[in-house]
Design a protein around this ligand. Structure first.
Ligand code: NDP
Length: 243
């Protein structure tokens, strides 16, 4: 169903983005891996092994002009972006009363504005073709809040608001726009958490384990295949919160 579609995944060098890129490659999609610092030849080879094309594009999604270049290079190479996954994200945790303006701006600029930047440059192409799927990676924290993550929660709640608004604007043009709100997923982002915090987290999860990047990736593939789901937030959290 997704064979020969082109997928742009931001922040795709590792973690959830990498798993999403591999999952779409398995479906026969051509993959554009956006990365900020480095991307391994091994990942590119793994993706090409599925018989698909793979283009890597370096670029910081928080930069509006850079985001334009990422989208333009993708379209010049493949002619089109069928599926966009806004995955790039960072944390800069700290209690609100001590949070610096720099840490607030940095998180908002990558997580929320980065998604705006890439989507803004992609949307007109999708509207012209009258089809497309946009998948934004939000977080359970954007819905529940989390002490020490006011900046991150604000950015991820913003992503949900943007997702629903874009969904309403472009639904009649055949474009879906959904968000995935993962719970606690085992990646470098959560590897920094102390053991006792992880234990506390697991105690709150009915499934009694952290999620895997692949759990999020299979949801992204599901959403890309879904024709009549738009403006939704799909929770992938082992039952940690139920809406
Ligand atoms: P990782 O830290 O493992 O990966 C994040 C990726 O994003 C890295 O490859 C990073 O590149 C890239 N990135 C960061 N900033 C930018 C930028 N400005 N431009 C381009 N790429 C960038 O995190 P995860 O895989 O865990 O997270 C992926 C997404 O899932 C994020 O949006 C995160 O908020 C979200 N999420 C994660 C959860 C979890 O429990 N892990 C839970 C809920 C949501 P580099 O290393 O070069 O900086």
């Amino acid at each position: 169903m997704l064979k020969d579609k082109t997928v742009l995944v931001t922040g795709a060098a590792k973690g959830i983005g990498k798993a999403i890129a591999i999952a779409f490659a398995k479906e026969g999609c051509n993959i554009i891996l956006n990365y900020r610092s480095t991307v391994s030849d091994k990942l590119v080879a793994e993706i090409k092994n599925y018989g698909v094309n793979c283009l890597t594009i370096q670029g910081d999604v928080s930069n509006f002009e850079k985001a334009k270049e990422i989208v333009e290079e993708s379209i010049e190479t493949f002619g089109y972006i069928d599926i966009l996954v806004n995955n790039a994200g960072i944390t800069k945790d700290g209690l609100f009363m001590r949070m610096s303006e720099q840490d607030f701006d940095a998180v908002l600029n990558t997580n929320l504005k980065g998604s705006f930047n890439i989507t803004r440059h992609t949307i007109n192409h999708m509207i012209k073709k009258r089809c497309g799927a946009i998948i934004n990676i939000s977080s359970i924290v954007g819905v529940m809040g989390n002490a020490g993550q006011a900046n991150y929660a604000a950015s991820k709640a913003g992503v949900i608001g943007m997702t629903k608004s874009v969904a309403r604007e472009v639904a009649s043009r055949g474009i879906t726009c959904n968000a995935i709100a993962p719970g606690f997923i085992e990646t470098d982002m959560t590897a920094v958490l102390k053991e006792d915090i992880v234990k506390q987290m697991i105690a709150q999860i009915p499934m009694k384990k952290l999620g895997q990047a692949e759990d999020v990736a299979e949801t992204a593939v599901f959403l890309a295949k879904s024709k009549y789901i738009t403006g939704q937030v799909i929770h992938v959290n082992g039952g940690m919160a139920m809406y």
